[in-house]
Design a protein around this ligand. Sequence first.
Ligand SMILES: CC(C)(COP(=O)(O)OP(=O)(O)OC[C@H]1O[C@@H](n2cnc3c(N)ncnc32)[C@H](O)[C@@H]1OP(=O)(O)O)[C@@H](O)C(=O)NCCC(=O)NCCS
Length: 161
Amino acid sequence: MMAWFSGLWSGGTPLIEPATQRDAAKLAELHAASFHRGWGEGEFEAMLSERNTLVHRLRLGRKIIGFAVSRMAADEAEILSIAIAAGHRGRGLSRNLLLTHLGHLAGRGVRTVFLEVEENNQPARRLYERAGFGVAGRRERYYRQPGGEQLNALLMRRDLS
Ligand SMILES: CC(C)(COP(=O)(O)OP(=O)(O)OC[C@H]1O[C@@H](n2cnc3c(N)ncnc32)[C@H](O)[C@@H]1OP(=O)(O)O)[C@@H](O)C(=O)NCCC(=O)NCCS
């Protein structure tokens, strides 16, 4: 009974859907809250209008609580960004978002997917490893933090079949 109530109050089942131009402001807000260098609304508008960019939103009721963005080139794609709103992290929601996103990339003819992840970002690394990505390279001091600290990046790869 409690589960039914709490499910209802939190907006029901999260849905993964293609994002639209009308989501640009909300996506920019979510991105800015999740990354040091946030993408602006205009950047999202541009990406949402590009045929080679795929953007999915994770919607809970009327709220957008996550997104995944990737860019395709021939039969390869790069995941540019994925995030879940801070209050909804740690519940496994990113997994379905990523797997659905990968399914759509496969449907568009993508055979290999790459991404970069900060070496110490354990939730993200775990997400990608469980979704079948393997480490394909390492870039020393690739990310510069606002405080000047430099962090390493891992390049990860997964083949879709
Ligand atoms: C990365 C992110 C999308 C994961 O979303 P999420 O829905 O919270 O992820 P999950 O709840 O599925 O957790 C993912 C895994 O990380 C683990 N994890 C979560 N927090 C952790 C922590 N602080 N330390 C270590 N592992 C952690 C979880 O246990 C889970 O592993 P499991 O499947 O083996 O149990 C989310 O944390 C986020 O938006 N982060 C900020 C943006 C970001 O860093 N994006 C990735 C950029 S490459």
